[in-house]
Structures are given as C-alpha cells and as structure tokens.
Design a protein around this ligand. Sequence first.
Ligand code: SF4
Length: 503
Amino acid sequence: MIIENAAPAREERLKAGIAFCGTCAQLQNRLGQKDNGCLYAVNRSFSQAHGCQFTLSLGILNTLRNAVVIMHGPVGCGFCSTANIGTNKNFKKLRDPSAGGIIWLSTNLDESDVIEGGEKKLRAAVLYADREFRPEAIVVASSCVPALIGDDVDSILENLERETAAELVPVNCEGFKTKLMATAYDAVYNGVLKKLTKYRERNVYLTESELSGKLWEYERERTVNVFNVGSMSRADELEIKRLLSALELKVNFLPCFSRPDDFRAALDAALNISVCGTHDDYYLKYIHKEFNIPYVIDTMPIGKKATARWLLKIAEHFGQVERARLLIQKEEAELEQALESYREILKGKRVYVSGGEVRIFVTAEVLTDLGMEIAGFKGHHIDEFVRPVMEGLPDIDDIYINIASQHPFEQVNIVKRLNPDLLVIHTGSGNITAKHGLPVLPLFGPGYNYMGYSGVFEIARRLRRIITNNQFNRNMQKYRPAPYRSEWYAKEPSAYIKDTGTK
Ligand code: SF4
C-alpha cells in the first residue's frame, strides 16, 4: 500500500463538516444522507481565526522523546512551542524520569527565503540538530511558507539522510491546506508511516531456549497499543492500563510521549486500540493492511456506558467477555457508592458542552448520569465517527448543536440564549464565553483524569468544586465588559452560516 506524500485534508477524505446550527436530530438527519448531506459544503460568509493543523501537529510532535523538532517556516508559526516548554518536560518525566525537555528549532524563513527558497536554511538546521543533540529522530514540520514557495522537503531530507545519524521524518502539515485542525492527526501519522514504521525481526540468540521463544510469542499475543494523540493525561493512561491489565493485557501508549523506536516495537502487538474515532483511522487502517494488526475504533472510554462498551469491544477480541463483564460490574458498583454525595449538588444543573465531536457526547453521558441537564453542544467539526456515539445517547433530538472550530462569536450568542449554569469546554476556547460569569470545567486538561471509572469520579469531584466556588467567573462578569455589542446578541447565531443545515 502506497503512503501518500501528504495526508489528504479531512474535508476531502471524510467529507467532514465545519459549520452547522440546528438540533441534534437535524444534524443526525444530515449525517445519514449520502456524502453527509453535503455538510462539508456548508460554510460561513464571515469566519473568525481558528487553529491550524501545523500547531496541532506540533502539540503531538513536541511530546516525542529522543527527538528534535524543526519547524520549517517563519518563526511565528511555532509560537505554541514556547507555551508548553515547562509542562511538556514534566509530562515527559512522568513517563520516563530521565527524559529531557523539548528541543525545537525554527528555520526562521523570511522575505528573502520566499524568493531564494528555504533549502539552505533547512539543510543547516538538520545538520546542526544532528551534530549538536544526537537525537534518534529529527522531525521536520512544514508550515505554509515552504509549501507556497515549493520547497521539496521530502527530497531535501532524503538527500541529507546519508549525512545524519538520526532518522529524518518529514511532516507535511501546512496550515492553509485544511480548515479542519484534526487533519493534523493524519499529517503526523503520515510522517510516522513514512519513516518510523518499519518491521524489525526479533533477535533470536543461539542459546535461546524454546520456552523463551514461546513466552515472547505469548506476550505478543497479549500486547495492545493504545493511541494517545494528546487527549489523554498520564492519569488517564494509568486508569486505562489498570483496566486492561485486569484482562491480562500488556499496554503500550503511542504516539504522544513515545520514542521513535517505539513505533517499530509497536508492530509486535495483537491489537491496536483507538480512544476516539476522530483520531486514528488513517494510521490504524494502514497498519491493518500492511502488517495485519487488527484494530478497534469505537467510542471514547469516558463515562460508565462508553467505558463498558469500549472494554467489551476489546475483550471480545481476546475472548474475555465474561471476565470484562465481571470487571465492569465491580467497578460500577464501587463508583456508584463513591458518587452518592455528589449527586445532590449537581442535580438539575444545566451544562453547555463544547469540544471534539466524540468527546462532547461521551462527556454528556457522564453529566446526565450525574443528574445534570444538557443545555447545548458545540463540536469542532462533524464526520462519520460521531454516529455510533450520538445514536447511543437518548433524548438529545431537540438539543441545540453548533459545529464550529473556535468561532467564539457564535458561541457567546448561543450560550446567552441557552443560559446554562456552567460550561464544560476547552480552556483556550472558553475564555471569551467565561466573561458571561459562568463557571467552567475544562473538557480536557493534561493534568487531570477523565477516562475510565476513576475519571467519572474526578469529573464529579471537580464539578462540585467549581459549582460551589465560582467567584472568579462572577467577578469577570462584573468587572470585564461583555465581549460583543448588543446588536450581535440580537441576531441569530447562524446569521453567517451560508446553509444552516436544518433541512
Ligand atoms: S496557518 Fe500557516 S502561516 Fe499560519 S500559523 Fe499555521 S502554518 Fe503558520
């Protein structure tokens, strides 16, 4: 199977949609139609800035251990790398106490490079990185400029390979090529497939006994790879590991925080498991075809119902369904007892949930299970992977849903109309809406636990805290001006969507 030079944009590959205002029933109706009811053709006549796939790609690449990341482009494109220097080092150390922090370089392309080409600077940066840091791999992430001026990064790196000890990995993640940030997952996997996914034969020693060969084979048959592209904290990983270990499975986590060589080792596994349909299909389908490793892409193990479904899918593959059922029963009973004191405070509170398409719906299941009501949803984008998750949620037909990557102007308008008691939202996209005085629970935080059974308890515990102590947001409302003029709040939130998608 041929690996494409660059991963295609998700608008094209999955016919994903980025603009919609309507009810969940209307959205499901459009999703059920051929080509997603042309949802991917719906757009806005006015758009606010939103994240680009280059920055999300860096979010994944910067976590790699024993690697240097070269940002090939103007220095401003990599501003996000400066923001996570400190946390990134600490999160790496949670996986490996001897791990160092991020090492990134920028080729700092300027006006003259746009005329002369960026090859000279890229060559110099790669050779410097190899000699100075001696990494296992050097990853070159391309921003818009090299693509616009025609730098052939793949060929430049191929020619340099004879001069470097490190593996050179091109990641073509130019921001202008897609409006869907999630294309970044495919772009990173595309680079990994090109250079790091190579099968290596196991070393068999002359003195090796037949038993140790059999033990190796036994372990391989019980090894699973769980794919984390930045949606799992270390606490999540430990919870997932705890649950899968109860089914006697050995767990590897990839690609975030792994070493380049781990991608080769991961080919000695019995099953690849995604924790979110939106993340990994590009990679896992390729590995299945080329290396015959089956995969599970289903729901996200957040909340009792989704965690049980996810575990049973995995257990089915290993013929361990009865064992998994017993585990689920025991975990749910313990959790129920632990949640008792939280239910009274959370009951009846109305929540607006915003974030990735799969995550918002599984999180909604946790919230409704705790007795809360869903006031509305917002998803970054919409594609086929959300269907099984939406279908599993009862009573969402009339709930309002907005599909928008960022676009806080639509979000504030909707939140004002729906008037929820709190927001569950990504930290970066909630700051403007939070000026309405509502308490905010981050939909994800790299230091918190959301997944598995302990994740449900953590969500309940943190919800109680923010609901009982929301002085910070109330003060923001009191002392900060409303972010938009009253004229905008009088307009329909879908005013700039060219097709409201409500057919
Ligand atoms: S859209 Fe292009 S120019 Fe802008 S930050 Fe992303 S990669 Fe850089």
